[in-house]
Every structure is written in structure tokens, then in C-alpha cells.
Design a protein around this ligand. Structure first.
Ligand code: NAP
Length: 275
């Protein structure tokens, strides 16, 4: 049954870690449906059951951000059930392991940048007026930016860089790592960091496009860092609990309807950071 007057928030990679904590907090604070998504059905449904046991009522939908068919099935579900989407939190991502650098680079780029971009391509057109979009990037994107050559830094900070140029640069990074010449070409030594530069710059580009093409809709889109959070990705020594890590993403997701900003920013501890 269609309930297109119903508002809906969706979190990617929400079966564990920060995404799970975001979904839980939204279930408590967001006045609408919350869709918890996960690439693995069993892990996702187990997470939903855990929240149900706490008296919360998320819905579940499968989503693998590396799989266009999966993204499109989710898009069709959202259109049918809700006529669009009010809040999108792009949280799903992968860390890197100590395999060869070019393999890390390809994997991090595939999920963190290309996967997030694919979700945005399919779901941003569904975002309703006064919608909120939050892309979970990382402060490592800022560190990696500072370790890029001056030419690359200038491109990534540019207010006129296009999405196509960004994709070209991200692909070039992976190709340069395969040729063993990424340092010579001005790239830093963090595959994860470069993939998150992609997420932050993509957010700036998408925010700019929304301001140009849908100004009256007052949609706010930002990138953020959750902090250093105790999850499977960051390990037990990290300083924040997943609940604390969820605070900034949830703050951005629930910016009040009359808020004028932040928009197109990189936000950490609920504060705008200079990119
Ligand atoms: P995590 O516990 O490893 O959780 C990552 C989540 O992303 C899992 O649900 C995972 O699903 C999902 N995921 C991975 N690839 C996916 C795909 N192709 N499609 C859909 N879901 C996918 O890590 P976390 O620390 O919570 O990280 C969440 C986000 O915060 C990431 O974007 C990460 O880069 C960012 N971040 C984390 C920290 C930190 O200190 N933890 C710091 C800065 C930024 P599976 O369970 O199926 O693998």
C-alpha cells in the first residue's frame, strides 16, 4: 500500500557500527519511518530485530551500494511506498587492510566513492523539498587533502570542479597506484583518505547543484566525520562509542525545516570545518 504522505529516513550500512547507532537514534527522534538497510539480508534483519527488542520500529530493505540493481530496487520501493525520500544518510563504507596498496585503492574507491556516488545518482532525484542528505566521510579526507600536491589540492578545493572531473581524478588515483607512481603524481599514501576526499568533494558538488537547480526546495546536503569511533572498522581503542559517533550525522539529518545551513560543508563535532 502506498503511504506517500509519510516521511521517511534511510541509512545505508546500518546493520552495525555507526550506521546502526544512527538508525537507532533516528527511530527515537525522527517523526516518520526509518529504513535500516544492509547488504546482507540476515545481518540487516538481525539488526532490525535488535531495535524491535528495544521497542523501536525500523523497516528493513536490502541495499548493497556496489550493486546498481540493488540500488534501483530500493529506489523503486521508496517511490512506491513513500513517493520519494526525506532523509538519506550515506554511511556504508569500508576501511583498508594491509594488502598491496593498489588493491586497497581499488576496493576503497569502489565502495566508498563509486558506491556512494551510485546511491546519490539514483536517490538524490527522490529527495523531497526540505530533505536532508548526509554523507559520512572522514577527517582522513582532510588529512589526505593536505598531503596532496598543490595542484591536486587546488582542484579538490575548487568551487567549479565537475562531477565528471572528480570521477576522472578518483580513477586516475587508482590507475596511478597500479603503475606504482601515485606519489610521483602528487597523491598521498592513504587509499581510504583519497576515497573519502572523493566523498567530501562529491558532497560539495551535489550541494552546489541542488542550490542551482532546486533552490526553492531548501534541501541541505553535507559531508561529515563521526569522529574516531569504536567499531569493527576502527577497533576498540577509538575514543567514541557508536552512539557518540552518530551525533553529528543525526544532527545534520534533523536540521530544522527553517535552517538555511550548513549546506555543502564538511562538518565535525557539529561544526563546519574549513575544507
Ligand atoms: P563498520 O562497523 O565496519 O560498518 C560499516 C558498514 O558499512 C557495515 O554495515 C557494512 O556492512 C557496510 N558496508 C560495507 N560495504 C557495503 C556495501 N557495499 N553496501 C552496503 N553496505 C556496506 O564501520 P563504521 O566505523 O561504522 O563506519 C561507518 C562509516 O563511518 C564509514 O563510512 C566509515 O568510513 C566512516 N567513518 C568511521 C570512523 C570510525 O572511527 N569508525 C571514522 C571516520 C569515518 P557489512 O556488515 O555487511 O560489512
Amino acid at each position: 500500500m502506498s503511504s506517500s504522505n509519510q516521511v521517511v529516513a534511510l541509512v545505508t550500512g546500518a546493520n552495525k557500527g555507526i550506521g546502526f547507532a544512527i538508525a537507532r537514534d533516528l527511530c527515537r527522534k525522527f517523526s516518520g519511518d526509518v529504513v535500516l538497510t544492509a547488504r546482507n539480508q540476515a545481518r540487516g534483519r538481525a539488526a532490525v530485530q535488535q531495535l524491535q527488542a528495544e521497542g523501536l520500529s525500523p523497516r528493513f530493505h536490502q541495499l548493497d551500494i556496489d550493486d546498481l540493481q540493488s540500488i534501483r530496487a530500493l529506489r523503486d520501493f521508496l517511490l512506491k511506498e513513500y513517493g520519494g525520500l526525506d532523509v538519506l544518510i550515506n554511511n556504508a563504507g569500508i576501511g583498508t587492510d594491509p594488502t598491496q596498496f593498489h588493491i586497497q585503492a581499488e576496493a576503497a574507491m569502489k565502495t566508498n566513492f563509486l558506491g556512494t556516488r551510485a546511491v546519490c545518482m539514483e536517490l538524490l532525484p527522490l529527495i523531497k523539498p526540505q530533505g536532508r542528505v548526509v554523507n559520512v566521510s572522514s577527517t582522513m579526507s582532510l588529512d589526505a587533502l593536505k598531503n596532496c600536491s598543490p595542484e591536486l589540492q587546488q582542484k579538490f578545493r575548487s568551487d567549479t570542479i565537475t562531477e565528471e572531473e572528480l570521477v576522472g581524478l578518483m580513477n586516475k588515483f587508482v590507475e596511478d597506484t597500479k603503475k606504482g607512481m601515485h606519489e610521483k603524481e602528487g597523491w598521498p599514501n592513504s587509499a581510504y583518505g583519497v576515497s573519502k576526499i572523493g566523498v567530501t568533494v562529491l558532497s560539495r558538488i551535489h550541494a552546489r547543484k541542488l542550490s542551482q537547480q532546486r533552490r526553492d526546495d531548501k534541501i541541505l546536503l553535507n559531508a561529515c566525520c563521526p569522529g574516531w569511533v569504536r567499531t569493527d572498522m576502527a577497533g576498540p581503542k577509538a575514543t567514541k562509542s557508536p552512539e557518540e559517533g552518530a551525533e553529528t550525522p543525526v544532527y545534520l539529518a534533523l536540521l530544522p525545516p527553517d535552517a538555511e545551513g550548513p549546506h555543502g560543508q564538511f562538518v565535525q563535532e557539529k561544526k563546519v570545518e574549513q575544507w
